[in-house]
Design a protein around this ligand. Structure first.
Ligand code: ADP
Length: 541
């Protein structure tokens, strides 16, 4: 597999580039530095000779200095300095200082002492603070003292003899400390990089960085494992490459525009997209993918970061749980049906004492509740295998609603809740009668359960331009706006329902929605905490 830049390769390359730009290179090139010095030296002599009126008249010692500079330049280029001990190259700036000393030994005075700054900077850059000390000693011994002796102890000569080493030493010291600071800064950055790299590689989440063109800028080790599963033949390093990447069902191969990397490279942000990578049942992994845009300082799209969380165990556990729930519910249904049947047979007898009838009614009520719970669980488990199946037939929905209201009567009376119905005599629709009864039952039992004492529930059935409209409204405890999006999630219950210890498991609404959606309809909620709720079912007619 192609390694698009290794773990955090791009970061490493950027740092290296930055370091080289700041320091030019770690070791200065002696040839270049000596070349600069030699040029300036020749320029100085040329200008001095031109000023004297004779191009060749520069005095004997400066000419010797020129020869020394020429020899030093040859040495700078010819000697393989990298093979010698590091201090050896320091000889070159020292020879330059000596050449400058010779250049100043001129009867007419002069010699550009300012040039001492060039070898001084060289020494400072190459040897740091020790180079600065060498620059001070070198300028003093090779330049200032000889020229002072040669030119005499005049005020001007004395001032130059003191100032040249001071300025050269200061320049060398300044560059040495600037470079020290840069190096310290680079070390901090390098240290932080190592820490981020360690974190990047240690987290148990696959991480990928894409640039603005969709090219992979880097990925961590965990993601390299996922890439090997998804692209056994290798990856070219650009988002959207097709491979063994499947949707949440584990069997539908993703097209290019479904690939999370492709979508992220188009600037899309998303969370918890479920995919499977690999096709070997033993090694394939289920991943939950999230993506965030990366923006530059001006807010323009600069790339994307993707996180791949391994949820294989979770997905397998879900499947096992659903299979378990489905088989247990299935097994429970048969005995429950027989209990229900026999209790009803018993209740039809008229020779039973009233207290036994009352107890049997409790058994009957709880059997009904248990039967509903079991069938809810069964639906929930089966729902995962695809959309709910409905068998449509011409059904009088008004009759269904009235039947459900009648069935909810005993529970409503116990809770002292009144139910008002506003429905036409008949309203025929092409629906699954049993499932729609389940919808009305769920909404109605919720409205009664989550009502206050002496509350009011109103059921309306009618039509509008869009089709059939069924509404169940109550003036009960209401639902917080923050909870509204999660109401239809399996096993979700509001804090109010839990705190009031109102019975329920949080499956009714999720099943209600599946049934309504299987009919091509939708469920709406209007609610205010403490005021009441209205659930509206809209079905196409
Ligand atoms: P259950 O009623 O078994 O808890 P549901 O799926 O039917 O499960 O409802 C989910 C949650 O939505 C309930 O637990 C309750 O918190 C809230 N809820 C549903 N209907 C109403 C309602 N009419 N009034 C207030 N809260 C409701």
């Amino acid at each position: 597999m192609a390694d698009p830049g290794g773990s955090v390769g791009h970061l490493e390359r950027r740092l290296l580039g930055l370091r080289q730009r700041l320091l030019f290179t770690d070791e200065p090139d002696p040839g270049v530095l000596q070349g600069v010095f030699a040029l300036l030296y020749v320029l100085d002599l040329t200008l001095r000779a031109a000023g004297n009126g004779s191009p060749l008249d520069v005095g004997m010692w400066p000419t010797v200095g020129l020869a020394l500079t020429a020899i030093t330049s040859v040495l700078a280029v010819a000697v393989p300095w990298e093979r010698l001990p590091p201090w050896a190259v320091g000889l070159l700036p020292m020879l330059d200082l000596a050449a400058l000393g010779l250049s100043r030994m001129d009867e007419q005075g002069g010699g550009a002492g300012i040039l001492a700054v060039v070898p001084a900077l060289w020494l400072g850059r190459q040897f740091g603070r020790r180079g600065a000390v060498a620059a001070v000693l070198g300028t003093t011994l090779l330049l200032a003292l000889p020229s002072l002796v040669f030119l005499g102890f005049t005020g001007v000569n004395l001032s130059r003899a003191v100032l040249i080493p001071v300025v050269a030493g200061w320049a060398a010291f300044a560059i040495a400390s600037a470079l020290d600071q840069v190096r310290a800064g680079m070390d901090v950055i390098a240290h932080q990089r190592r820490i981020s790299e360690a974190i990047f590689d240690t987290v148990d989440v696959g991480l990928v960085l894409l640039d603005r063109t969709g090219a992979y800028e880097g990925m961590n080790k965990r993601h390299e494992d996922f890439m090997r599963l998804a692209y056994p033949a290798g990856h070219a390093g650009t988002a959207g490459q097709l491979g063994l990447v499947y949707g949440g069902d584990g069997s539908t191969l993703f097209a290019r525009d479904e690939m999370p990397t492709y979508r992220a490279s188009r600037g899309e942000e998303f969370a918890d997209i479920r995919i499977w990578v690999g096709n070997d049942p033993l090694t394939r992994r289920a991943l939950s993918v999230s993506a965030r845009r990366v923006e530059d300082e001006r807010g323009a799209f600069a790339g994307a970061a993707l996180a791949y969380k391994d949820v294989t165990d979770f997905m397998r556990a879900l499947r096992v749980k659903d299979e378990f729930v489905a088989s247990v519910s299935h097994e429970l249904r048969t005995p429950l049906t027989s209990i229900n049947g026999y209790v009803n047979i018993l209740l039809e007898r008229d020779d039973l004492p009233t207290d036994v009838v009352a107890q049997l009614e409790v058994v009957a009520r709880n059997t009904v509740r248990l039967t509903r719970l079991v069938s809810d669980l069964l639906h929930t488990a089966q729902n995962d295998e695809g959309p709910m199946r409905v068998v449509r037939e011409h059904t009088d929905l008004a009759a269904v609603v009235r039947g459900c209201v009648e069935a909810a009567g005993p529970a409503a009376r116990r809770a002292q809740v009144t139910i008002a119905v506003d429905a036409p005599d008949t309203l025929t629709a092409n629906v699954d009668a049993e499932r729609m009864a389940q919808v009305v039952d769920n909404l109605l039992s919720n409205a009664v359960k989550y009502s206050r004492r002496e509350g009011h529930v109103r059921v309306r059935l009618g039509t509008d331009a869009g089709g059939v409209v069924l509404s169940v409204a109550d003036d009960g405890i209401g639902i917080d706006a923050a909870d509204r999006d999660r109401l239809f999630t399996r096993f979700f219950r509001t804090r109010e329902a839990e705190e009031r210890a109102i019975q329920g498991v949080g499956l009714g609404l999720s099943i209600t929605r599946s049934i309504v959606e299987a009919h091509g309809g939708r469920v709406e909620v209007h609610s205010q905490l403490g005021v009441g709720s209205e659930f509206v079912v809209r079905l196409p007619q």
